[in-house]
Write a protein that binds this ligand. Sequence first.
Ligand SMILES: [Zn+2]
Length: 339
Amino acid sequence: MYGAHDVRVETVPDARIVEPTDALVRVTRACICGSDLWPYNSMPTSETGNRMGHEFIGVVESIGTDVRTVKKGDLVVAPFAWSDGTCEFCQQGLQTSCLHGGWWGGTELDGGQGEAVRVPQADGTLVGLPVGPDHALMPSLLTLSDVMGTGHHAALRANVRPGKVAAVVGDGAVGLCGVIAARRLGAEQIIMLGRHADRIALARRFGATDVVSERGDAAIERVGELTGGLGAHSVLECVGHGESMRTAVGIARAGGAVGRVGVPQEATIPHAQPTFYGNITIAGGPAPVRAYMHELMPDVLEGRIEPGLVFDRITNIDGVPDGYRAMNDREAIKVMIEF
Ligand SMILES: [Zn+2]
């Protein structure tokens, strides 16, 4: 990406092993993320450009001399951040704060939207998949690299509990996966706040019991009507806009929690006083999806959840620029790239 609305497919130097803890992965599937749309709309023009993509599945082509947990030929899924798996934060399941980790892409590292990736800290980062690269569940397994784990994180941080009310702000892929997560954790009433017919239909299929298509104060009022005037116990904020956060804290009930996973686009959290007087917890951040892969994968493999349905368009590497456009124009929910 060279700037706003400027995504190019280019030939770059081949990915290769640099450190003994690296693995070289040939990408078989990747995707475009809603969070990629933030720079897509705002990135200043750059001479060098940034490698893009942080969600991928691929085959290990070679490993460094210190790598123990994956081997050549393994099919692996990568989380959206790489991590050593051993430091203080990794051990507590917060791999996105790894002391020796980092993020894909940029100017130094390979991105997932490319044919091959040098994976640092391969042992702490990659997770093997027990199926072949063309298995029918590939789309759902690919969501473990970000959106399904991120939806799950929002639900955990929002303290979703069996029998309670959860609300999801945002009908993008993460919000839709948040519906799956809320249902999976036993929420009885799941209110989706969204406006796009195709996304609402998917939300209902995933378990949403109510849909609120109003915005702003009207949305807050509508959620109030649906919850006996009390609001939701748990609110999953899956957008990151100031307005979506205002809605999220506005629909949380006293003593409730907002789990935010949308990258904040504003410097402050709104409604400091109402959230204070309501004892509302605001938590969340980048999801440590690496920590959730082993928990969520059996549900995918055994068919209990199907988050791969968020992919409504498939393209190849040459179609990536148009894939960005399609997601940005809300023509597509989420675009998968096949190599
Ligand atoms: Zn670590």
